[in-house]
Design a protein around this ligand. Structure first.
Ligand SMILES: Cc1ncc(COP(=O)(O)O)c(C=O)c1O
Length: 405
């Protein structure tokens, strides 16, 4: 098939006509499914309490505000990885707290242990582990390190819903965990975020935060319906090339901003989220199978290296990350994209190179190199169910040709 008219989106979860029809039908019928959705999420991941809010970044901001209140405002610093989604530092800033960075190891995408082990923890309110691309971090280790030091651990599983470590669900390893139902996620409701906890104290503080929020407006709900229709129509590879060829849409671009609203979850989107959530195990299994397909096929060499998940982790593989020698990465992405494959260079820089943040950072955090190194070498491949074995063969062949030694 001519690749010009077939483009595999970099991320996303196919939404069927039945999903759209049932969501709109439930809205029109005034069906309330949010409470049942909440109960099924708590039961599935194994937590006592969850709060649903407008987005994942709102969830992280509100979780931090709740922890700040519990702490009485003594500890101001929040440690995050030097390379992660820009929503993570923006949530810290929006919560009126101070971003501190711990360097990441490009080989694991996780914290370099020595950074966390040596850090002066007396001013640290929380450590946020971010389980990038659905690869669970070494949560046992970070839990051990934060416990007993008055530091809260946040297991940010915005990208890792469906993953686990030692049989325990990602998002549930910390004092607080979170999930996102944004468009690029394993389970989407176009927008949405969840804070989970097993601590009664944190659950009460979160509930106070959520009570203060406004409901989503009718304008926001209608916008979600329109976005759902657009998403369901254009995510398909035979149509994705259309929005993908419109640069003004800025698909996949990452911007640092703190002006997002903090609001309650849009109930209109609960039927969609709830339907997709019921298929979580099947989505995760399919993504893992796709990841296995890449692991077997890609032409591994010094120029193309895998990221090996830690031994006890079962990844959710929201995307399939690899490390490409930096001098080849732009070319590999360019050729893959010309061939209709949504390969990406992920986030545009390390957190310490976000211009709006640099002046807020301590000199030692500004100088960290692991995130910078990763920002030069990371490449992600799609793992959703539109990726076929044939696509994977083609991706492997393109990479072998561009990277040939
Ligand atoms: C690790 C991480 N945390 C938080 C968020 C924020 O989620 P949302 O996009 O739903 O605001 C994201 C977004 O992708 C993320 O990757």
């Amino acid at each position: 098939m001519a690749t010009r008219f077939r483009f595999l989106p970099p991320a996303g979860t196919p939404v069927s006509l039945a999903d759209v029809a049932s969501t709109i039908g439930a809205v029109l019928a005034g069906q309330e499914v949010l409470e049942a959705f909440k109960a099924s999420l708590c039961a599935k991941v194994g937590v006592r309490s969850c709060e649903f809010v407008s987005t994942g970044r709102a969830a992280l901001t509100l979780a931090l505000l709740a922890l700040k209140e519990l702490d009485g405002g003594h500890r101001q610093e929040v440690i995050i990885p030097s390379y992660t989604c820009f929503s993570v530092p923006s949530s810290v800033v929006k919560a009126g707290l101070t971003v501190r960075l711990a360097d990441v190891d490009p080989e694991t995408l996780d914290f370099v242990p020595e950074y966390l082990e040596q850090i002066d923890g007396t001013k640290v309110l929380a450590v946020v582990a971010t389980n990038l691309y659905g690869l669970p971090n070494d949560m046992k280790r970070w839990r051990h390190l934060t416990e007993g030091r008055g530091i809260y651990l946040i297991d940010d599983a915005a990208q890792c819903l469906g993953g686990s470590v030692s049989g325990r669900q990602s998002g549930t390893w910390g004092d607080v965990g979170l999930y996102s139902f944004d468009k690029g996620k394993n389970v989407t409701s176009i927008d949405g975020g969840v804070v989970v906890t097993n601590s009664d104290q944190i659950a009460a503080a979160m509930s106070t935060q959520v009570k203060r929020l406004r409901d989503s407006t009718i304008g926001e709900s209608l916008t979600h319906v329109v976005k759902l229709l657009v998403y369901a129509t254009f995510l398909h590879p035979r149509r994705y090339w259309i929005p993908n060829s419109l640069p003004f849409l800025g698909l996949g671009t990452t911007v640092y901003r703190t002006d997002y609203p903090l609001a309650r979850y849009d109930k209109w989107m609960a039927p969609l989220g709830s339907r997709l959530f019921a298929q979580l195990d099947a989505f995760a299994a399919q993504r893992r199978a796709t990841a296995e397909g890449y692991a077997k096929r890609l032409p591994w060499s010094a120029r193309l290296r895998p990221i090996v998940p830690q031994a006890t982790a079962v990844p959710a593989y929201l995307r399939y990350p690899v490390l490409v020698a930096s001098e080849f990465r732009a070319k590999v992405i360019d050729v893959l994209r010309r061939e209709g494959i949504g390969a990406t260079a992920s986030y545009p820089s390390a957190i310490n190179d976000i211009p709006e943040l640099r002046d807020r950072l301590k000199p030692e955090d500004r100088a960290l190199s692991g995130g910078r190194d990763l920002a030069q070498r990371i490449l992600t491949l799609p793992t959703h169910s539109y990726v076929t074995g044939e696509d994977q063969d083609r991706i492997a062949a393109i990479m072998a040709e561009v990277l040939g030694e």
